[in-house]
Design a protein around this ligand. Structure first.
Ligand code: CIR
Length: 257
C-alpha cells in the first residue's frame, strides 16, 4: 500500500542496459522505452495524487532508478541501508539528501546488508526477507530501528529464484498479501495473513501498489488480474517490461516518505 502521499523517484540512467539482472530478466535492451515506462509510472503516481519528487539519474549507477532499496521509512524516520549489491552502494547519498530535511535518518553499518525491496510494512509488523541482498545482521538493525516505534519484525526466507521479498509479493490492503504459489510455505507468513495466491508463472504480477481500492499493477498478467478483480480491486495497469528486464518491480521505483 502507498504509505503516504509524497514519494521520491529517480530517472533512468543512460547506462540502464548495464543494470544488474539475473531473475526476471536478461537485462534491459531499450533505454528510451525504459524512460517512457518510467514516465508512465510517474504519471500514474501523480494521477493518484502523489506529490512526486524526481531525482536526476546518474549514469555511473545503471540501477539508480531503484530508490526503494536505499532506505526504509518508518513513521517519519529513515534507516539508510548498506546496499546488498556492491555496485549500488554509491546510489544512496542523493536519495538521503533528497529526504533528510523531512526525515530523521540513521545509518546501517556493515556487516549488516539490506535492500529495501526485502522489507514490507504489514500492520504493526515489518516482514523482512532474508535474501542474497539482506542478511540476518541487517534484520537485527531493522529490528532495533522499528522496535522503539512499536513494530516487530517477521523474518521470511526469500527463495533462491527471487531477488527480493517484495519482488514477488505485495500488501494490497490491510492484512492481505499477494504471493505466487510454490514460492513460500503457507506458514511462512505472519499468522492470520489473508493470502491471495496467484499462479507461479505470473510471479511478476504479485508486486502492486495500492491507492485505496485501486491497485497499480504491471500490464500482462491476466490470471492475476482476474483474481484481484474478483477480490474487489480496481486495476490500473502500466507497461513495466523494460523495468522488469532489470529485475525491477513497481515498488522498487519509489520511496514513499
Ligand atoms: C538490482 O539487481 O539491484 C536491480 N537491477 C533491481 C533492483 C530492484 N529493486 C527492488 O526490487 N526493490
Amino acid at each position: 500500500m502507498a504509505s503516504s502521499n509524497r514519494a521520491i523517484v529517480r530517472g533512468i540512467a543512460d547506462t540502464f542496459t548495464q543494470a544488474v539482472a539475473q531473475y526476471f530478466g536478461d537485462g534491459p535492451t531499450d533505454v528510451e522505452a525504459a524512460k517512457r515506462q518510467h514516465e508512465g509510472y510517474v504519471n500514474a503516481l501523480s494521477g493518484f495524487g502523489v506529490d512526486v519528487k524526481i531525482l536526476p539519474a546518474d549514469n555511473d549507477f545503471p540501477d539508480c532508478c531503484f530508490v526503494e532499496d536505499q532506505v526504509i521509512i518508518c513513521d517519519g524516520k529513515g534507516l539508510l541501508t548498506v546496499s546488498g549489491h556492491d555496485t549500488r552502494v554509491g546510489e544512496q547519498e542523493v536519495v538521503a539528501n533528497a529526504i533528510n530535511d523531512d526525515i530523521e535518518l540513521s545509518k546501517m553499518e556493515p556487516p549488516a546488508r539490506m535492500d529495501g525491496g526485502d522489507v514490507m510494512k504489514f500492520g504493526d509488523t515489518y516482514i523482512c526477507g532474508i535474501s542474497s541482498r539482506t542478511n540476518v545482521e541487517g534484520v537485527q538493525v531493522l529490528r532495533e530501528f522499528v522496535a522503539p516505534l512499536g513494530y516487530t519484525v517477521h523474518e521470511i526466507p526469500v527463495p533462491p529464484n527471487a531477488l527480493h521479498f517484495k519482488s514477488i509479493t505485495s500488501c494490497p490492503a490491510p492484512g492481505m498479501i499477494i504471493a505466487p504459489e510454490t514460492f513460500f510455505a503457507e506458514d511462512a507468513f505472519p499468522e492470520g495473513a489473508d493470502l491471495i495466491w496467484i499462479p507461479a508463472e505470473e510471479v511478476y504480477g504479485a508486486n502492486t501498489i495500492a491507492f485505496g481500492n485501486t491497485l497499480l499493477v504491471p500490464e500482462g498478467y491476466p490470471a492475476t488480474h482476474k483474481i484481484l478483480r474478483e477480490r474487489g480491486f480496481e486495476l490500473h495497469a502500466i507497461d513495466m517490461s523494460q523495468i522488469r528486464a532489470a529485475d525491477g518491480s513497481l515498488t522498487c521505483l519509489s520511496v514513499f516518505y
